[in-house]
Write a protein that binds this ligand. Sequence first.
Ligand code: SAM
Length: 250
Amino acid sequence: MRIDILTIFPEIIEGALKASLLGKAIEEGVMEVSVTDIREFATDRHRTVDDAPYGGGAGMVMKCGPLFAAIESLKPRNSLERVVLLSPQGRRLDQTVVRELASVPDFVLICGRYEGVDDRVRTGLCTDEISVGDYVLSGGELPALVIVEAVSRMLPGVIGNWESVTTDSFYGGVFGPPQFTRPPEFRGVSAPEVLLSGNHAAIRRWRRKEALRATRERRPELLSACTEEDRTLLAELDREEAEREREIES
Ligand code: SAM
């Protein structure tokens, strides 16, 4: 897997690529992430990458020239089959998009700044436009890091214990279960007994049930693809809730 990131602020990205699991994955060659400074492709001595918008208005716009030259310089190291523009107007990032990107051999991430990039970059160079949410950041660097880290978790060899990926929120279609660690009691609140029981079947069932409970409470729309076991557990949750309500009433 190779990811090329184009930015005018390489320093925002480079530090994060050295730390933690991502840093280790890159160091061990599980994935290659290369950062290109768009300013290297400016043609004037001030290394200008932006200009005033046609038609007037606030702010500056990133120019086509340096961006086209920067992308073209990536050939043949990158196939350029997936060129992603980071933009608040793009397809919303979720685990499906992450899996899709993790399944291709390489892709490019373009980080915008200022008022955004000249629209001819989007129409002439990009295959995808991705947003990390309905809010506006000052640049695409943090969204790029979000994508790189989420994609890295899908690659074999990045997370030592694959089970921790498969029990993550969204991997199995629902939230991950709540987690507890030592001490067994903290300020009067105990960890659930079943987790200390050593009964692996009971622990697995409890975790799935709690994951379903949290998902149903906070994101019920995610429950559309439930298994037979999930439906049994959800019915059990219904019965427990009805019983609690009866107890409160009496
Ligand atoms: N004027 C643009 C608009 O209204 O859509 C916003 C430009 S924003 C200040 C500058 C750059 O930050 C964008 O070109 C994009 O690369 C990045 N950016 C900001 N918010 C983002 C988001 N939610 N998702 C992905 N990229 C974002």
